[in-house]
Design a protein around this ligand. Structure first.
Ligand code: GLC
Length: 432
């Protein structure tokens, strides 16, 4: 079937996939929030939930808004929306709430995740079949969203450099990206022993190594020992990253927040402040551009070095709207060449990089929600053909393998967890 056949008609295969995608979300629903997949990830994850709401939106608008309401129910008093909310106990995941040690009404981790939720809310408001209901829900959530963005700007960039910092690879959402390798080396290992649960669900060849896990856990302990105090952690954290992925997603979501503030007539001095902080970011972003490689990289704040590994996070600069006309041209060229470098696209690490591993978690595999964001950025920058290629590959992957957590760019095989919520949701929102 050619792509035009696929989009022109609603084929039986498409109907079938669509029904399966709905079923995936329904099966992963734990009563108002959706787990990414049972077993491997048995709680509510921040950016998973946001992306998943886009899927619910296609067949149950009320349920979609409920997903976000429950996500914001775990917001900390300082505005932070945690990366995981441990609503119910489960021993299939490690590290759980006791290790994190955050004493909050809803148990949670003490870090956040890419703040895509603002962009999702704007899409939900625009696409609602019941605009009255959507407006009412968005109005109730809007101030919490503003608090969340203010938390990023004020707690994670207290010196107003324009570039927020992240304190843990898990905060980036791209947990095991090779971009974090060097910075992670400077973090000590935990000395206590622990039992991992992830490798009980998924082949260890697709998961991080123990040496990385030891350091991930050291940071978890560090936050607890510093009583989650933003100032102390900012001053002393042994891992501090200007993650281009988070910076881009935050910038885009702030833009969408400002558009929503007009739609809902909720502009005030707080939204004006966000607009000012966005200007500072736009000024500062050139510090992450490498003129030699024509690419946006993350930066290790502690060494002040750009991390010269081409990961898909750099392409999110288009989604954020950061790139100048010449930067856009180079990024489109790089994307085309990246697409040609593997059978399916877009590999999370460039296939020509020495650290590329097509099967291992964020070191090569394809994630469909990242594809969606990159394609959107390319399309908005005028590169429809490149965007279409990414969309076609994404569709091909779900036809071949179903709704897996991630996919091998060489073979198209599904990897990680199966029946995965955000993959099913993006399929409904973007592909089917
Ligand atoms: C992994 C991913 C992270 C995601 C979580 C749940 O930890 O790296 O981005 O949020 O799984 O799907």
């Amino acid at each position: 079937m050619t792509n035009s056949d696929w989009t022109a008609s609603t084929s039986p295969q498409q109907q079938n996939l669509r029904a399966l995608a709905e079923k995936t979300l329904i099966n992963n629903d734990l009563g108002g929030y959706t787990v990414p997949t049972h077993g491997l990830y048995p709680f509510q994850w921040n950016w998973d939930s946001a992306i998943t709401a886009l899927g619910w939106m296609q067949f149950d608008e009320q349920r979609a808004w409920q997903e976000l309401e429950i996500l914001f129910s775990g917001q900390w008093p300082d505005g932070m929306v945690p990366h995981i909310l441990f609503h119910k106990d489960s021993d299939s995941y490690f590290p759980g709430p006791v290790v994190w040690g955050a004493d909050k009404p809803i148990k949670s981790t003490s870090i956040s995740q890419p703040p895509v939720v603002g962009s999702v809310m704007k899409i939900m408001l625009e696409q609602a079949k019941d605009p009255h209901f959507a407006r009412e829900k968005a109005t109730t959530l809007f101030n919490k969203l503003v608090d969340y963005h203010l938390w990023w700007y004020q707690q994670r960039d207290p010196e107003e450099t324009g570039l927020v910092v992240t304190y843990h690879p898990w905060e980036s959402g791209m947990d095991n990206s090779p971009a974090w390798d060097d910075a992670l080396q400077a973090v000590p290992c935990v000395t206590w022993s622990y039992e991992r649960r992830d490798t009980k669900h998924v082949d260890s060849a697709q998961r991080p190594h123990k040496s990385e896990y030891d350091r991930f856990l050291y940071l978890v302990d560090f936050f607890k020992q510093h009583q989650f105090d933003s100032k102390r952690i900012f001053a002393q954290c042994p891992y501090k990253m200007n993650d281009i992925g988070i910076i881009a997603i935050l910038h885009r979501a702030s833009k969408d927040l400002l558009i929503m503030s007009e739609m809902l007539q909720m502009q005030d001095e707080r939204t004006e402040y966000i607009a000012k902080r966005m200007e500072v970011t736009q000024q500062a972003i050139s510090a992450l551009w490498c003129e030699k490689d024509h690419y946006f990289y993350s930066r290790n704040v502690l060494t002040n070095q750009l991390v010269a590994v081409k990961t898909s996070a750099g392409l999110l600069s288009l989604y954020a709207g950061f790139a100048s006309a010449t930067q856009k041209t180079s990024l489109n060229k790089t994307s085309i060449e990246w697409l040609q470098a593997s059978q399916f696209s877009l590999a999370s690490t460039h296939p020509s990089a020495s650290c590329y591993e097509p099967q291992r978690y964020w070191r090569g595999p394809i994630w469909l929600h990242i594809n969606w964001m990159i394609a959107l950025g390319l399309e908005e920058s005028g590169y429809q053909d490149t965007a279409k290629s990414i969309q076609n590959d994404s569709r091909e992957l779900i036809k071949l393998a179903g709704f897996y957590e991630y996919f091998n760019p060489e073979t198209g095989a599904g990897c990680g967890g199966k029946d995965f919520s955000w993959t099913a949701a993006i399929a409904m929102h973007w592909l089917l």
